[in-house]
Design a protein around this ligand. Structure first.
Ligand code: NCD
Length: 342
């Protein structure tokens, strides 16, 4: 696989593969020096045309932990401000010798467009209301880490589904892995059509909460709402906010999830965000290892398939174990330290 644009690029087998590779990188992340040489010599560029805290930093940290070089494109100080087109910007960056572009844009479809213009790998880090595949992968990983598998789990996705790329990728991924998904939203925050969505739909949150394994709360996407879709935020919170009282309806082992950033007191009560069954910080932590897995599978693969390099002693992950110090990757015949090693 060259690009990760949509969860449907992966299918169930591809998601499982990412999960398995993520297990290795979680182990790496727990080390005193959480870094492996798997992508040494590769360059990963973040091309974010939209705000982000966790996704941008998470990709950057993932690339650094794989020893890739990273570059960060800052929209506000770029030539985009002089009118440079998206295509020219991408091709300019690629001309510097880039292996992956991690793209976020407010318009749906931009990562596909970018992938058609460049030769390097493209990762979709969120395109408009459309998809956010690495968020769905880290969510699947977080659920799997706690429950073993998603097969047969009941997941309620609650809130502003209409504007949510997280919901689109999440529903695809959760159902591919065998979960049953119920969307809970006021009718005005549902997509115009749910044809083809393998989900149940309801506006009765309290009725759903008593029988779910995961309640996945979405952020109210106020910045994407161009019309009044709700009587008031206060009313939304009263009917759809995850309050302490509603958490009390959940089965004992049910997880609370949210992709962040949280609007405390709107879609989730402030104290609920921090209760032990809230997986929100675990989602962020797992995000780094999941993105390491994605970058590794796209850029670090051997000649015969994405995982081939992970097995043999000379594969890209071979440096993950043993005494591979900071200079271990410099030992090639033409490397700067070859003379020093004698
Ligand atoms: C989400 C996004 O930007 O799509 N955040 C994230 O990446 N974790 C969700 C959101 O903004 O609501």
């Amino acid at each position: 696989m060259k690009h990760l644009l949509s969860i449907s690029d992966l299918g169930a087998d591809g998601i499982e593969e990412v999960m398995r590779v993520t297990d290795s990188f979680v182990e790496v992340s727990e080390r005193a020096i959480p870094r492996v040489p798997a992508l040494r010599g590769k360059t990963v560029v973040s091309l974010f045309y939209e705000e982000s805290t966790r996704t941008r930093l998470s990709f950057e940290m993932a690339a650094k932990r794989l020893s890739a070089d990273t570059m960060n494109f800052a929209l506000s100080s770029s030539s985009v401000k002089k009118g440079e087109s998206l295509r020219d910007t991408c091709q300019t960056i690629e001309a510097m010798g880039v292996d992956a572009l991690v793209v976020r844009h407010s318009s749906a479809g931009v990562p596909w467009q970018v992938a058609s213009w460049v030769d390097c790998s493209v990762v979709n880090a969120g395109d408009g209301w459309h998809e956010h595949p690495t968020q769905a992968l880290l969510d699947c990983y977080t659920i799997r880490a706690q429950r073993g598998s998603l097969e047969g789990l009941r997941i309620a996705v609650v809130g502003d589904v209409k504007h949510s790329r997280v919901a689109r990728s999440g529903v695809l991924a959760f159902t591919l892995l065998g979960a049953e998904v119920t969307i809970v939203a006021p009718p005005t925050l549902l997509p115009p059509s749910l044809v083809g969505w393998p989900v149940e739909v309801t506006s009765d949150l309290d009725g759903v909460l008593t029988k779910v394994d995961v309640v996945y709360v979405l952020r109210m996407q106020a910045e994407r709402q161009t019309e009044a879709l709700l009587p008031s935020l206060r009313e939304y919170t009263a009917r759809y906010g995850l309050t302490r009282d509603r958490v009390a309806l959940l089965p004992d082992d049910a997880m609370v999830m949210h992709p962040g950033p949280i609007n405390r007191g709107v879609e989730i009560a402030s104290d609920v965000a921090d209760i032990p069954r809230s997986a929100i910080t675990r989602q962020v932590a797992n995000g780094v290892a999941v993105r390491m897995a994605v970058l590794f599978l796209l850029l670090g693969q051997g000649p015969s398939g994405p995982l081939s390099g992970m097995q043999g002693p000379s594969g890209p992950l071979s440096g993950m174990q043993g005494p591979s110090g900071p200079l271990s990757g410099m030992q090639g015949p033409s490397g700067p330290s070859s003379g020093a090693r004698g």
